[in-house]
Structures are given as C-alpha cells and as structure tokens.
Design a protein. Structure first.
Length: 222
C-alpha cells in the first residue's frame, strides 16, 4: 500500500471513531497564537485559566501584551506552568510581531507559509511544533504539526524509523497528503486523541484501538 493510501486509511479510521475534534479552541487567531505558546508542557485546561486571566486583565491583544511588563505577564499566565519562561517566549513573539508586521496579525497571516515559518522559528523560544501550530491553527496555512503522539503512532505502525526527526515526519505527511488545512487540522487532532486514549507510552490499549491491526502491525499488549 502506498504511503498516501495508508495515511488516508488511518485518517478515515480515526475520523469514523472520534468524529470532528473542533481544534484549535480559541476566540480568534490571536488567542490561538497565544495559546500555542502557553500550551507547551501543560494541558489545555491550564491554558484556558491563563487565557481567562489575560482576558480579565484586558491584556489579550497584541497592543496590550506589547506594553505589558514580563513580570506582570508571568503573574497572569501562572496557571499554564513554567510561567516565567513562557512569559519571556510570549514577549519575544509579540516583539517580533511588532518588529516584522507592526503588530498587525492580519499582515502576518497574509505572509507566505515558508517565509512566515522561518520568521517564527527565528523567535527565541518558538520551536517547530509551536510554529507549525501557529501556522495551521492561527493562520490557516497547510503546515502539518508533529508531536509526541504523532511520532508514537507512526513508529508503532512501522511507518517511520525510530530516529526520524521532526522535519522528516512533517515531510512524510506533507508529501503524501493534499495541501489541505482542514485535513491537517483534523488529522493532527485525531492523532492526539488516539495517542491519549489508546496509544499510550506504557500499557497501550491496542486491542481496543480504532486502528487495531488495520496496518497489519501486531498488538503491543502483553
């Protein structure tokens, strides 16, 4: 089976099992952008509390965050964890937005994908997963997001080598799927869903997994 057919088969099985995931939660592109930074190393519930703090303080806009001191920002986003580090990263991103696009999110979103991705990756503290999340979910650009769930599912189904890099996995998806924002959006969200519920790091629930042995891979359960 061709890689493109295999990936679409995985997508179809997951979509049949879980349906639309409605990612990314957020009230508009800027909130999604901020959330992409805050969600590093924490769960979405904690991010929502941090976002609510920013909203209550009237800080959830490019202009307001640009004027907010890092220490004050860290206090507001404390529920998201690693708040001092994330405050610096968020400030770096907002500073870059103003330096490059005069703080205008729509101007940033109209940039071509490759130029924008390179720009985001030049921001201190913005890694590949965060950059691609911003591109896909905040900018509606077809940039596939790779995370630990993606890696684990593909590795266990023998679709990638164990030493695959982020960029290699990203390319694997993008070379074998249509350049479709909605498809990338749903596929990534569905891989997270199956990774959390079935394809766990320990004690995976292979026999109950909607993928089952669809790809001919034996169960990892004892």
């Amino acid at each position: 089976m061709k890689a493109s057919d295999t990936l679409m088969k995985i997508y179809q099985k997951l979509f049949e099992a879980f349906g639309t995931q409605d990612w990314w939660p957020g009230d508009g592109p800027f909130e999604v952008l901020v959330g992409a930074v805050l969600t590093q190393n924490t769960n979405w519930g904690n991010v929502e509390r941090a976002l609510q703090n920013l909203k209550a303080a009237g800080k959830l806009s490019p202009e307001a965050l640009h004027k907010t001191e890092t220490q004050e920002l860290a206090r507001l986003i404390r529920p998201a964890g690693y708040f001092n580090i994330k405050a610096k990263r968020l400030k770096n991103l907002i500073d870059w937005l103003f330096e490059r696009y005069n703080g205008e999110l729509e101007k940033m979103r109209s940039e071509d994908l490759q130029t924008l991705r390179e720009g985001l990756l030049s921001v201190r503290g913005i890694g590949r997963e965060t950059a691609d999340s911003i591109l896909l979910y905040a900018c509606n650009l077809p940039s596939f997001v790779v995370d630990a769930y993606t890696y684990r599912v593909l590795l266990r189904h023998l679709l990638i080598p164990e030493d695959s890099t982020y960029e290699e996995i990203k390319t694997f998806f993008e070379d074998n799927l249509p350049k479709d924002v909605q498809l990338y959006n749903e596929f990534h969200a569905l891989l997270v869903k199956v990774g959390k519920e079935y394809c766990k790091p320990r004690n995976p629930r292979c026999k109950e997994c909607p993928l089952g042995e669809v790809l001919g891979v034996p169960s990892l359960e004892g």
